[in-house]
Design a protein around this ligand. Structure first.
Ligand code: GLA
Length: 726
């Protein structure tokens, strides 16, 4: 057997060579991940958690430090599932990885630790990366697989990362849902066997099951106490999160691209980079892990908007659906500007020449103005917006096409399809997905945005939709023997196009929408400013949907709109305007109805809501979230708060979710405040015609608010309160 030799490549960093002697501590301000290179073997993962240990202490304490950092098929014992499996060009299925070198690259924002490994027999190189952020408690991990064989190899499994979690009373919380019912946190204990969370939509990956999970280490998950590991796979396509519980001591967690239909073929001299898996650890419960993700998203480039706040907007969809025309657009702009809004977005229905978009069965692909609906073009609308002191935004769905469109007539080969098989048609009975693996299609999609923005430089906002899954698994662009790369190459093509758009248009605001929240993921958010949380805008349902979404995504990314009532999506439910406003105020506020049909009270309340929101918006959109009482706990109310300005300011939201006689509603204990400071509560968005409640204007110490708590008056059905706290 070859003797294990450890090389140290020249370090491009401030760390000295002697800092590494086989154990590497990968550190963020409050967390650490320890890996250990074992002589004669592969890289081992020893620890991930709070920054309170050394490897020696772990050894002394009897910890098991023997799990492979990246278990490979051919090296791992057969009970531990592989994170990596390669079919070599000669049919060999094994990998035995040994570490060649360790390199560190550091800049102000992060330190990247790179372990380069090679197989003992075949010329395949694996690089395993850990990127530890300097200012936030997030470590990203991913791999590169380099094929130096003479022929293509097949990546049968290529996870982004692997973690080992000591068994105990370990629970997981993962997001499950559907169209109009996104992100229901599903909470369950980890038990023996394999647990797989997977999404195979092809184009979107956050409806049904989403690519994030919280792992609570101290029993049933709590919001503000307990040790939690959070993991988010930064990828927009099919994924697999996998837990394997076989040994007596450990759960193994793996996350990566779903290899079921994508055993990826990698050509010689090519390197495949897996998506990043972002990990956090917090001892402040689920909310603590959420805060880490939100800070990372906003400050480290995972959300294009960063720390900026979003405008208050009116979107035309639920008010008009396809019934767009110039006069209605101008009327809506009039209304939103009178309420104090800042942006108007014209949704679906504005385009199509030969085939005007009257409903969802035609026109996708034909991104020209429907002259009948908008005789004076888009410039009449951007001018009208400017004259009213608001911005103008527009809806597109550039990755999709209807068979009834000029684009499909000109380029049927651009749609994903399988020669000889009947087309499976989506929305409207005619919708297909364009082939984003094809550079010509990538160009087309780029030009949809480029043409709109060069011809209408006043457009300030784009809503980018994606309403179809990949149902026709075939590309006329990819060679026959590369069809299995489609699911992955689609997203690589999409990312390439988004990068090109962002290089030219860094400042345009782009909303990421996919039949609601189908694409809320950290694979796409670096190119988008926000996402449409759900096509369900019923305020009571939104409390639940926004709760789940906030586990991983920050409030300035989460579009929350006031809807019209009765609301068709929830069987005609009528919810008072005050409650609707209060729920939408807890994210990026907007409105989605026909203002013309609003009552006077609704109009007045909306204006109050907009004015108050402007005072609170920086704390809501960029502050730290503390979820206090979950609607899922069925305690009769739900409550959350945001804390900003170094705990000097906060905003508290309280919503009554049930309404029973003699129902004891819980007292609300706040969090995240300075215990020794004195705070004044001021009720905001007070109901039209009513006075602020008795708590408004009262002073309390932070300690009182956090340890004793307040009784918030909530009498009627759908009662709710918003407090500014200073
Ligand atoms: C999707 C979106 C909606 C709306 C429609 C338009 O369903 O989620 O918000 O834009 O498409 O067709």
């Amino acid at each position: 057997m070859k003797r294990f030799i450890l090389f140290l490549l020249p370090l491009i960093s401030t760390l000295s060579i002697s800092a590494w002697s086989g154990d590497v501590s990968i550190e963020t301000p409050g967390t650490m991940l320890i890996v250990h290179a074992r002589e004669g073997g592969d890289l081992r993962i020893a620890y991930y958690g709070t920054r309170a240990t050394t490897i020696q202490q772990l050894r002394d304490a009897g910890a098991d430090l023997n799990s492979s950092a990246l278990p490979a098929f051919g090296t791992v014992d057969m009970v531990q599932l592989p994170a990596l499996q390669v079919l070599h060009s000669d049919g060999d299925l094994n990998l035995e990885l040994t570490v060649d070198s360790y390199e560190v690259k550091a800049d102000d924002a992060a330190t990247v630790h790179i372990f380069t490994m090679h197989d003992k027999l075949q010329p395949v190189t694996i690089r395993l990366f850990y990127k530890a952020y300097t200012r936030v408690d997030i470590i990203e991990t991913w791999t590169e697989i380099e094929n130096a064989e003479k022929k293509p190899i097949t990546l049968k499994r290529y996870d982004s990362g692997h973690l080992v979690v000591r068994q105990g009373d370990v629970w997981i919380t993962h997001m499950h849902g559907n169209w109009a019912a996104e992100t229901e946190p599903t909470t369950e204990p980890l038990t023996a066997g394999v647990k797989i969370i997977r999404n195979t939509d092809g184009a979107r990956n956050a409806h049904l099951d989403a690519p994030e999970v919280m792992i609570s280490l101290d029993g049933r998950p709590q919001e503000n106490t307990g040790n939690v590991i959070g993991a988010a796979l930064c990828w927009s396509g099919n994924f697999e999160l996998r837990f394997n519980t076989v040994s007596h001591k450990e759960h193994h967690f793996y996350a990566g691209i779903d290899p079921q239909s994508t055993e990826y073929i990698l050509d010689p001299k090519q390197t495949f980079e897996t998506p990043r898996l972002a990990l956090t650890f917090s001892s402040e419960g689920l909310s603590g892990a959420s805060r880490n993700f939100h800070r990372w998203a906003r400050t480290e480039g995972m959300l294009h908007r960063g720390m900026k706040t979003g405008d208050i907007l009116l979107n035309s969809w639920e008010g008009l659906y396809f019934d767009i025309d110039e006069q209605r657009m101008i009327q809506m702009m009039d209304d939103i500007s009178k309420f104090g809004g800042e942006l108007f977005v014209m949704d679906d229905g504005w385009f199509g020449n030969k085939y005007p978009r009257k409903n969802d069965s035609s026109s996708l692909g034909d991104w020209v103005v429907d002259k009948n609906k908008l005789p004076n073009g888009l410039s009449a609308l951007t001018t009208a917006a400017r004259e009213r002191g608001i911005k103008f935004g527009i809806w597109i769905e550039p990755e999709n096409v209807n068979t009834k469109s000029e684009l499909f007539e000109a380029h049927p080969e651009w749609a994903l399809q399988v020669p000889g098989r009947e087309l499976k048609l989506g929305r409207g009975g005619t919708q297909l997905v364009l082939d984003m693996t094809n550079p010509k299609v990538q160009d087309f999609v780029f030009k949809v945005v480029d043409n709109l923005l060069t011809q209408n430089p006043e457009i300030a906002y784009i809503k980018w939709d994606a309403n179809a899954s990949i149902q026709n698994f075939g590309s006329l662009y990819l060679p026959k023997d590369r069809q299995q790369n489609l699911y992955v190459d689609y997203h690589l093509g999409l990312l390439k196009t988004l990068k090109r758009i962002r290089a030219k248009y860094p400042d345009i605001i782009i909303q990421d929408c996919a039949s609601g929240g189908g694409r809320a993921n950290y694979g796409l958010l670096p190119y988008f400013d926000e996402f449409w949380t759900s096509d369900n805008t019923d305020a009571l349902q939104r409390i639940y949907i926004q709760w789940g979404t906030s586990l991983f995504f920050p409030a300035n990314a989460m579009a929350c709109h006031i809807n019209h009532c009765p609301y068709w999506n929830t069987g005609g439910r009528v919810i008072p305007i005050k409650f609707r406003c209060d729920v939408a105020m807890s994210g990026r506020l907007g409105i989605e109805l026909q203002p013309k049909d609003m009552t006077n009270t609704e109009r007045q309340q909306t204006s109050i809501c907009f004015a108050d929101y402007k005072q609170l918006r920086d704390v809501v959109q960029t502050g730290d979230i503390y979820r206090l009482i979950s609607p899922y706990d069925r305690k009769g109310l739900s409550s959350l708060m945001y804390v900003g300005d170094s705990s000097r300011r906060a905003v508290l939201f309280v919503y009554k979710t049930d309404n029973y006689y003699d129902q004891p509603l819980p007292r609300i204990r706040l969090a995240g405040l300075n215990p020794d400071a004195t705070y004044v509560l001021t009720e905001k968005n007070v109901s039209v015609g009513q006075r602020p409640c008795s708590l408004s204007g009262k002073r309390f110490t932070g300690r009182f608010l956090m340890e004793v708590g307040i009784e918030v008056p909530l009498r009627e059905e759908y009662a709710s309160r918003v407090f500014g706290i200073e």
